[in-house]
Design a protein around this ligand. Structure first.
Ligand code: AVI
Length: 316
């Protein structure tokens, strides 16, 4: 099979991840073009209520969420997706004729373009940064509108895909880009009954399984690997000690896989896993504690009671 040019660090990360113990891969690699489409489909599944719960909170409470910024604000979204959530938060400010500047940070140019189109109807300045969260925060801090407070939006429970150390580090980075009077609006999925969590990450239609197994497809395509898809099974595990759902790909037999693009030959034992993603779940108190540890104060939380999802306002 022809090998397509993989992103520069992919081969190195795959080599390191598959030769380590336990075997693991960075979840960012789940999101190639097909993976991103599969994730959009996951968000529409009846068993994955997270996205709908957050939209419901924003639909109901957007005006309250930005009520401290009625004199105007720069809204900066990390991982802007299609710009729909940013629109919901922008609208109440624009309706009050408050000055609004929008800043978008995303690694995907397609997401930035889509968001720009969604946000065009407001007729307010939009600055897009195609880069990492850290670099985007740095750039946004240097070109912020003088006199306007900044509200960073980190929604969709993307915080959940970071381990506790990574989550603290990112919040500390956000904090260091902000000034007194600024804020962070944080969306985080909450701990809920075990069976609901498992169904959300191992749905009966097999869409999440396809999302997970697509990582094998990607290694076959981009690194010339010879993973046999039928020899691996998707598994979602709740790790109660760490409050996280883990996604794994479980080898169904003892086998050897060749990954020439990563210069690796990998042996799998029957039942051995590749750990592909963690999704940490929070408690409302845990979010408040995380805020305190990173220089914020959690001043308000909105909770969707059925799906157990939270949006928290963290003030500097
Ligand atoms: C993007 N992220 C918040 C999703 C989550 O729930 O952790 C990714 C996902 N993985 C499987 N289903 C959804």
């Amino acid at each position: 099979m022809d090998m397509l040019a993989p992103p520069p660090r992919f081969a190195d990360d795959v080599r390191r991840g598959l030769l380590s113990s336990p075997k693991q891969l960075d979840p960012q690699y789940l999101y190639d073009a097909l993976g991103s489409h599969l994730f959009e489909s996951i968000c529409k599944l009846p068993w994955y209520p997270l996205t709908r719960a957050e939209s419901a909170l924003l639909e109901r409470h957007a005006a309250e969420m930005v009520s401290s910024f009625e004199g105007g604000a720069t809204l900066l979204e990390l991982g802007c997706g299609c710009g729909e959530k940013l629109s919901m938060l922008c609208e109440p400010l624009v309706d009050r004729s408050a000055p609004v500047h929008l800043q978008l940070v995303d690694i995907s140019q397609a997401a930035l373009d889509l968001s720009r189109r969604t946000l065009a109807r407001f007729g307010v300045p939009v600055t897009a940064h195609q880069t990492t969260y850290e670099e985007g925060l740095h750039r946004a801090a240097t070109c912020r509108e003088p006199g306007l407070p900044m509200v960073v939006l980190f929604l969709g429970s993307n915080i959940g895909n970071l381990d506790p150390t990574g989550a603290r580090a990112l919040l500390a980075t956000i904090r260091s880009a902000l000034q007194p009077g600024d804020a962070l609006l944080l969306g985080a999925d909450l701990v809920k009954p075990h069976d609901e969590l498992i169904r959300a990450y191992d749905d009966p239609l097999g869409v999440t399984a396809a999302f997970n197994k697509n990582l094998l497809v990607r290694m076959n395509r981009e690194l010339g690997a010879d993973f046999d898809l039928s020899a691996f099974a998707h598994e979602a595990r709740w790790n109660a000690d760490q409050n996280r759902i883990e996604m794994h790909l479980i080898s169904q037999c003892t086998q050897r896989v060749n990954v020439p693009g990563a210069a690796a030959e990998v042996t799998f034992h029957e039942g051995e896993s590749i750990w592909t993603e963690s999704s940490h779940k929070y408690t409302p108190e845990g979010i408040a504690a995380l805020a305190e540890q990173t220089g914020f104060q959690c001043t308000r939380q909105w909770i969707e009671p059925h799906a157990r999802f939270s949006t928290s306002l963290l003030r500097v």
